[in-house]
Design a binder for this molecule. Sequence first.
Ligand SMILES: Nc1nc2c(ncn2[C@@H]2O[C@H](COP(=O)(O)OP(=O)(O)OP(=O)(O)O)[C@@H](O)[C@H]2O)c(=O)[nH]1
Ligand SMILES: [Mg+2]
Length: 304
Amino acid sequence: MSEKTACGFVALIGEPNAGKSTLLNQMVGAKVSIVTHKVQTTRARIRGIAIEGNAQLVFVDTPGLFRPRRRLDRAMVSAAWAGAADADIVVLLVEAHRGITEGVAAILAALQDRTPKGQKVALAINKIDRVKSEVLLALTTELNAAYNFASTFMISAERGHGVQDLRIWLAGEVPKGVWHYPEDQIADAPLRQIAAEITREKLTLRLHQELPYQLTVETEGWEERRDGSVKIDQMIFVTREGHRGIALGPKGETIKGVSMASRQEIAVFLGRKVHLFLQVKVRPKWQEDSERYTEMGLEFKDGN
Ligand SMILES: Nc1nc2c(ncn2[C@@H]2O[C@H](COP(=O)(O)OP(=O)(O)OP(=O)(O)O)[C@@H](O)[C@H]2O)c(=O)[nH]1
Ligand SMILES: [Mg+2]
């Protein structure tokens, strides 16, 4: 069996908002990683598992690569590069309509140093639904002149165009060997973490400016009820009292909306009834608190 099967890790990297999480979800066929129209949505590495023929493909979603400023940024960017270095294959996503931005140029310049020698990197030009084909051809040529990609794909992660070609190619590239996960497993992240991420997505969609970047969500309680439902308690940490007020909203309407949307989605994900309880706590220095990073699956680094 092991001679016929193949299994490997595929890291999805790119600038914030490139569509990495959307692609992971499309590959898996379920929503495993949260998606918003805002940059820096994904904070830690999330794995989604797909099967193509005899190959099991373990996709590693990573936070976007950008120039980090805060401690949290640095932890995110370093998690992303670590994801790339650990993978069997890397897929770099570039947004078709934005082309070679300063950020993409910086990633291209860093790729060689940050990945093991000989590691295959495929290029996926994403969001092709947003541009004309002439633009795509020019961009493909330009990008392939800048880096020696193993292969180039033109995709729309959202609509699914080109995704199957990429999946088939990846299945042929991953090493032969036994599968790492049971056939029916689609994600490798604790359910509590996925549930917290879903709530963070709903908050990010409803709150504006800096606030989504100044909060974190943790699942603090998970109680299986006899009737088959699950009671989930989550804590939203914000940095200031004012942010707490905004997160709650007038008459608690904002948090109510978040809670309802999140509960519904967690229930779909778990396939069971969910009771969700949210609380908002002010913790001015949570971004300097190593425990918060551990909860997110990030490494807390002193100094740098
Ligand atoms: N038009 C179009 N939009 C897309 C496509 N793929 C993703 N998007 C949108 O791009 C935005 C960002 O998608 P994400 O999947 O969250 O991007 P990401 O790379 O994971 O972003 P970070 O986690 O912030 O690094 C969302 O609004 C998606 O709906 C696509 O193929 N076409
Ligand atoms: Mg993401």
